[in-house]
Design a binder for this molecule. Sequence first.
Ligand SMILES: *Cc1c(COP(=O)(O)O)cnc(C)c1O
Length: 798
Amino acid sequence: MDAFAKDMTSVLYGNPHSGSSPSQLSSSRIDQVRVRLLDFFKADPDQYDLVFVANATAGVKLVVEGMRSLPGGYVFAYHQACHTSVIGAREEAHQSVCLDNTGVRSLLDGEDPFKPTTSGTPARLFAYSAQSHMDGRRYPLSWAKELKKMEAQSSSRTLTLLDAASLSATSQLDLSDPQFAADFVVSSLYKIFGFPDLGVLIVRRSAEFVFDQRRYFGGGTVDVVLCGDEQWHAPKSYSLHERLEDGTLPFHNIIAADIAISIHQRLFGSMDQISAHTAYLSRELCRGLHSLRHANGIPVCHIYSETPDDAAPIETGPVVSFNIRDSRGLWIGLAEFEKLAILRKMHVRVGGVCSPAGLASALDLQPWEMKRNLSAGIRCGEDSGRFTNKPTGIIRASLGAMNTKSDVSRFLAFVQEFFVEEEVRALTQFSPTRAVDATTNIQVKTITVYPIKSCSGYTIPSGVRWEVRPEGLAWDREWCLVHRGSGQALSQKRYPRMALLQPLLLFGDNVLRVKYRGSTPKGQPTQVDIPLSSDPSHFDIDFRQTSSRVCGENISAQSYRSKDINDFFTNSLGVPCMLARFPAGGRGASSRQSKARIQKHQRTEKTHSGQPSPFPGVPSPPDSDSEQQSQPGKILLSNESPILMISTSSVEMLNQTIMETGESPVDESVFRANIVVEASPGQRSRPAYSEDMWRRISIGNYSFKLLGACQRCQMVCVDQTTGERRQEPFVTLAKTRRLNGKVYFGTHMQHEQLRQSEELDGLWPTIQVGDAVVVQEEEVEEEDGEKTPGAGSPDAIF
Ligand SMILES: *Cc1c(COP(=O)(O)O)cnc(C)c1O
């Protein structure tokens, strides 16, 4: 990058299509880089031409453009390990087939995979990957040669497209090899050098005819264009790349590629050295993952890649793909793995990794299963094992030239830390320890509302009675900030600085005042006032109904048009956004419903005990007897439920565990609860996590129904005072409060109207700090209630 910056600041390069000297300089530099890159792949310029493209995908698309313009069109066969970008080429073909290794063998032996056609003779294209980007497996470069040999005796001619994007990243792609016979090769330079973002299409000169009838032409690719009565153009005739490189070349990028080749050579030596280094690393990684075992001896990782062999390291590239199981043999969800990997700064890819056919084969996924996963919102395999205990994607760790041995050991330590069960954990451990003093008196410690979703909270002063509405505490999550570009409601998860936006409810002035606690440039306002009244006619405030997305849900909110208000938030956060309001009482997309529910781990085994599921591994229908599911309450912009409660004893217990690891404790504000409960003065605390088992409580005179444990994400890692991210408490929560892939802390609840009179007097219930909290109904384990379901029981699956 330094060398590139130096070149850019000392030399003036112009658009290559003109005669000025900066332009000429670019042209000659491009010609030079083209030859240098051909040389990099050991391709003889007499035999091959190199076309600059945006990425490997754009190279494939150019080949498709050529093939489809041939008089009879084309038919297309592709190998199962192909990348999505290559498979897309089938949509322009008259016919296409996906071949596994046996299918390719038959093709090479002269078997025709295509149905006979009646109209014309289409050209044939066969595409495969030199190395699978899913599991690193390599496929013979000799396939194209074999195909040509076989076809020498017949009349048909198949062109071969080799996708070398994965292979060339860490190995020498050698086009001078006498076995090499592919007609088109695509690759991405950023996968080799890291920078620039550029791809190449290398075309064997004998296959150039494919582009002769390409229809589109762009600037730079033609000599003459007539636009009068006679519409005619003369394509540039000298070289193929001149005819295919439409418009201005990314000339600065191409110059950067020149520099990248030199620096790469200086840093890493030859591609063969990189290949040896990465093969060693991936062998270590594979062996390490293979050796991980749970306490009961069950392997932790199921590895799809083959371990590179000492004797023949060429068979597999440095790509290790796997899935993880727990000690009961159940698959760990990909989303769960990814959250923890992000937290520990491990850059891995999870999901379908753009390898649809390879994935389906590795995971034995049937088409109906993939469609079902899609309709359930699992795209590209982002979550796994929801329906059956079957993964929907993979975890892929790729190694490159810059990786070191310590990267591998750090990754192994990470898997060990979170996924290896050193003692087999029974589910009972998750429920609170039942103590005799379970009747300890408790009370409300603090009440907090968060008027603007994801911004700081407003703490209700003690002595003030606060209204409880059906949707939650009054003024809680009524506003949100919406990204101007994407329409998404902003969240602290991505924009931790939102914690520095401090709202104050000033009823005397009838405004919501928001102060920004971070630093602001001079002259920029540090606070803004927003009228509390939701009636726009009372104020000089203009609303516009806009659609937006909150937690993946489409909603319709009233966005503010005021420049002052929107500028304040935009400037404070450095994100183009606007304020929107979502008042209660809306319908359709202007309303939202609670999603909280009692989790399986919070229930004692009433429904399932004694009657094994008739379909092990298949979900049972939602409990129809659960009233809370038949009647979800309304909510405003909170994630899941009207009210979130936590207890100080659970926070203390968690902090004790965090401190045992040498980390500093977290403040209870990170959990962004509405209500915090604590032991009443002079009383001993309730056992930590006893709130998991509560079903109904009263606060003061009012009754509340508990709706289930709150699922947590990395957002609990944002320090609410500084807006900075830490690793705790999520790391410790993930180790101690993770069940079936979800991490839980705190509980959802809503006010429950028990007596008609509460409504009749027209007043909302109110609560205040110091109110007594009484647990009225609690899930109690039966005397013999052994809560240790074995593998395969429905409880273990979800
Ligand atoms: C990355 C990759 C691609 C796509 O490359 P782009 O440069 O993103 O278009 C295609 N095939 C394989 C094997 C890859 O690894």
